[in-house]
Design a protein around this ligand. Structure first.
Ligand code: FAD
Length: 363
């Protein structure tokens, strides 16, 4: 069969572009996906206790982009939810990102917004030339904040001491001088009522869209007749790793179901100093589900085959640039999404990018 468009990868990038091509151009689209499910890393499913869990780590949708929000609203109703994160420091939970509330709770004080400025000023370390991520935090928050919130967390997250990481990795530490303890401040925040996979399924529910699961595109592509490929898989794999493999940080996921209604005070807790894990997520608190049990997810960052986070250092950015330069020479192939562009995208950013790429295609 002839398809005008073949899309590699049924993640949010591939699904968004497929939806646009089918609904706006009325062309046939084939999506080839190597996993046994759609939705890529935003895949969620109900576990044996009936709790909706996100299998590749916790996701909350948030955006200020009205067009992106309107786009996804066609395919789901929203459970309105404001994400709140507590960081476990010195045996207590304090709000994250750092705000006036965090500072007051951490040091048992009652500073006003104006007094917070003076307090932070008195803690900063003077550093002549800021080169590393350690320098960034010390120069903005001082030793105690660096140690309690950033040093060990960064070592767990990236396997590298912040003094070895370029300043661009932590370019700024957010200090909120007010009492706003929400994690995101975007205008639109929440999660799809039926979950992200259900939302993706609805986006794909169109007679022009065909999905082939359990298939690596390289195994079938020679037998498919198409004009344009939109590639959302790893860019180094596309080029058979000819310049070497790009580095990613992987995550070990540990799911636990507990016989209690509530496990922790908020949906997400961060563990910068204690234990191997960096985060614990309690899904019900994000989705608003009611259940007498609760399922949590502990995340332990590690080296591994499954790519999660692009590696934020100059060395890997340079290698990615080499691949991108090759990609720009490919005829009839568009590289789109976090793996194909070797770039971290939030969900709204990846939808925005797919909508923009679609406008290029349409032209
Ligand atoms: P993917 O979802 O990875 O899709 C790519 C697809 O291509 C995959 O399904 C893959 O199996 C397939 N593929 C790869 N190779 C091949 C091949 N050879 N043949 C066929 N198919 C192939 N964003 C937010 O906005 N809010 C959050 O709270 C948030 N939390 C996150 C938490 C974690 C732990 C991580 C890692 C990311 C988070 N994100 C969050 C970002 C979000 O996951 C991404 O924006 C989104 O998944 C990007 O979609 P994508 O289509 O580019 O990539």
């Amino acid at each position: 069969m002839k398809y005008k468009y073949v899309i590699v990868g049924a993640g949010l990038a591939g699904i968004t572009i497929a939806e646009r091509i089918a609904t706006q151009l009325h062309e046939q689209v084939l999506i080839i996906e190597k996993r046994d499910h759609i939705a890529g890393n935003i895949y969620d499913e109900y576990n044996e206790d009936g709790i909706l869990v996100q299998m590749y780590g916790p996701h909350t949708f948030h955006t200020n982009d009205k067009e992106v929000f309107d786009f996804v609203c066609q395919y789901c109703d929203w459970h309105e939810y404001q994400h709140r994160v507590l960081s476990y420091v010195n045996g207590n939970f304090v709000p994250m990102p750092i705000s006036l509330e965090t500072i007051n709770q951490l040091y048992n004080m009652n500073l006003s917004e104006d007094e917070m400025d003076a307090f932070i000023e008195s803690r900063k370390v003077k550093i002549e030339e800021i080169k590393t991520s350690e320098d960034v935090v010390l120069s903005q928050g001082g030793h105690d904040i660096y140690e309690k919130f950033f040093k060990y967390f960064t070592i767990k997250q990236w396997g590298v001491d912040p003094s070895q990481l370029d300043k661009s990795v932590i370019s700024r530490i957010p200090f909120r001088k007010n009492r706003d303890t929400r994690y995101f401040t975007d205008k639109y925040q929440g999660n799809p009522k039926g979950g992200f996979t259900e939302m993706c399924r609805k986006m794909l529910n169109h007679p022009e869209i065909h999905v082939l699961l359990n298939t690596d595109y390289k195994d079938v592509i020679d037998g498919i007749d198409y004009d344009t490929m939109v590639y959302t898989g790893p860019i180094d794999y596309y080029f058979d790793y000819k310049f070497g493999r790009l580095k990613y940080r992987s995550i070990k996921f540990i799911f636990e179901t507990h016989n209690c209604e509530s496990y922790q005070p908020v949906a997400s807790t961060r563990w910068p100093m204690d234990y191997d894990y960096t985060r614990i997520t309690e899904f019900k608190k994000m989705t608003g589900q009611k259940n007498e049990k609760t399922t949590i997810l502990k995340e332990i960052p590690c080296d591994g085959d499954e790519p999660f986070y692009t590696f934020p250092t100059v060395e890997w950015k340079e290698l990615a640039e080499k691949y991108r330069s090759e990609a720009s020479k490919e005829k009839n192939v568009i590289f789109l999404g976090r793996l194909a562009e070797y770039k971290y995208y939030d969900m709204d950013d990846v939808i925005r990018r797919a909508l923009d790429v679609f406008e290029e295609i349409r032209k």
